[in-house]
Design a protein around this ligand. Structure first.
Ligand code: ATP
Ligand code: LTN
Length: 334
C-alpha cells in the first residue's frame, strides 16, 4: 500500500442500506479513498447481535459488497472485505474486553436503544458491540474513521481503549480521529422526523432504501410527514421540512439559503417532488450497477478474498504486537 494514512470504516449487512447510510457514510468513503489508504469492512459479526435469518444475512452481505463497489469503492485502491474473514477482529476484541468496564458499555445510547427495541434478545454481544468496533478500528493503526453522527460515542470508546492500552502496556495503537460529514450526518425518518432513519425500521415508508425504484422514491417522499404551515425553511420547529431540506441540499451540494430561495412561494407538493427527483437521479444508477454486480457472484467472491488476504496481513502485525505486550508466548512455527 502507498505511504498514506489509514482510513477504516464498516457498515453492517443488517438490511438494504438507506439514503441515511449513503449520505452519512458511503458517500464520504468514496470522497476520501484517494487521499487515504482505505480499509472498508462488511461488519457481519456485528450484525449477529440482533436476530438474523442466516439465508438473508448471507444475501445482505453480497448486497453490501456490491453496493460498496457500485458507490465507487475501487478494490484496486482500497481494501474491501468481510469482518468475519479476518479472525484478528474477534481476537483483539477479546483482549480489549479485559481493559473495558461494564459501566462504559451499559451507558451507550445505541445499547439502550437496541435493548428497548429487542427486549426479547438482550445478549452480551449487543452490549459488547463497541469493543468489537474498537478492535476493527485499532487493528489497522487507523487515523481516520468516517461515520455518521450516531457512531460518535463508539468512536470515543475506541480512542479511550487505545489510550488506556498504550498507557498500561506501552505505545501500541494509533489514536483514531472521527470524520463526520458536514451535511446530512444524521438523516431522520420520513415518518417520525425526531428519530434517525434506520434500515431496520418496521415502517417501510420511514426510509428510502438504496434499492427503491424511482416510482417508490417519489411515492415515499410524497407521503413524508411535514409540518402544519406551508413554508419551506430550515428551522428546529419544522423537523419534517428541515429533514427534507437537508436531504435535498446533501444530494445537490446546495446551501440551505440557496434551497430556501429556490422554493420560496412554492408548495410542499412541488418541493417533495423536487427532493424525490434529485434523490432518484443519484441513486438509480447506483442501484442498477449494484444489481449488475450481484449477478456476478464469482467476481464479488474474488474481491472479498483478495480484500481479506490484504487486511489479514495488516491486522496480524498489530495483533502480534498486542499479544507480545500483554505477555502471551509467541507460537513457534515450522
Ligand atoms: P441498524 O438500523 O441495523 O442498526 P443503521 O441503519 O443504523 O443500522 P449501520 O450499519 O449501523 O446502519 O450504520 C452504517 C453507517 O451509516 C454508520 O456510519 C452510521 O453512522 C451511518 N448511518 C446510519 N444511519 C444514518 C442516518 N440516519 N443518517 C446518517 N448516517 C447514518
Ligand atoms: N457500528 C457501526 C458499524 C461499524 C463500524 C466499525 C464503523 C462496525 N465496525 C468500525 C466504523 C468503524 C455502525 O455504523 N453501526
Amino acid at each position: 500500500m502507498e505511504d498514506k494514512k489509514i482510513l477504516f470504516s464498516a457498515i453492517q449487512p443488517s438490511g438494504i442500506l438507506t439514503i441515511g447510510n449513503y449520505l452519512g457514510a458511503l458517500r464520504n468513503f468514496k470522497k476520501l479513498q484517494d487521499d487515504y489508504n482505505g480499509v472498508y469492512a462488511i461488519a457481519d459479526l456485528h450484525t449477529l447481535t440482533v436476530k438474523q435469518d442466516p439465508a438473508i444475512l448471507r444475501k445482505n452481505t453480497y448486497e453490501l459488497a456490491a453496493l460498496y463497489l457500485a458507490c465507487g469503492i475501487d478494490p484496486e485502491k482500497s481494501i474491501l472485505f468481510a469482518q468475519s474473514h479476518v479472525s484478528a477482529h474477534s481476537e483483539l476484541a477479546w483482549v480489549l474486553n479485559t481493559i473495558c468496564y461494564p459501566g462504559e458499555l451499559s451507558r451507550m445510547t445505541q445499547f439502550k436503544d437496541k435493548s428497548k427495541k429487542h427486549e426479547d434478545n438482550i445478549n452480551m454481544g449487543l452490549m459488547d458491540y463497541p469493543v468489537l468496533m474498537a478492535a476493527d478500528i485499532l487493528l489497522y493503526q487507523t487515523e481516520l474513521v468516517p461515520i455518521g453522527a450516531d457512531q460518535k460515542q463508539h468512536l470515543e470508546l475506541a480512542r479511550d481503549l487505545a489510550i488506556r492500552f498504550n498507557n498500561r502496556f506501552g505505545e501500541t495503537f494509533k489514536i483514531p480521529e472521527g470524520y463526520i460529514g458536514k451535511s446530512a450526518a444524521r438523516v431522520m425518518s420520513l415518518a417520525e422526523p425526531d428519530r434517525k432513519m434506520s434500515k431496520s425500521d418496521a415502517n417501510l415508508n420511514a426510509f428510502i432504501s438504496m434499492d427503491d425504484d424511482p416510482a417508490t422514491v417519489l411515492r415515499k417522499f410524497k407521503r413524508a410527514v411535514t409540518d402544519s404551515d406551508d413554508k419551506i425553511i430550515y428551522s428546529p420547529e419544522k423537523p419534517g421540512i428541515s429533514n427534507l431540506l437537508s436531504i435535498y441540499c446533501a444530494f445537490t451540494d446546495k446551501t440551505f439559503d440557496q434551497a430556501e430561495q429556490e422554493f420560496a412561494g412554492k408548495g410542499y407538493g412541488d418541493f417533495k417532488l423536487a427532493v424525490g427527483q434529485v434523490v432518484t437521479d443519484k441513486i438509480e444508477p447506483i442501484r442498477q450497477e449494484k444489481n449488475r454486480l450481484l449477478n456476478d457472484k464469482a467476481y464479488l467472491d474474488e474481491v472479498l478474498k483478495s480484500g481479506a488476504e490484504r487486511a489479514e496481513r495488516l491486522a496480524y502485525r498489530t495483533l502480534s504486537k498486542v499479544y507480545k505486550k500483554v505477555g502471551l508466548v509467541a507460537r513457534k512455527r515450522g
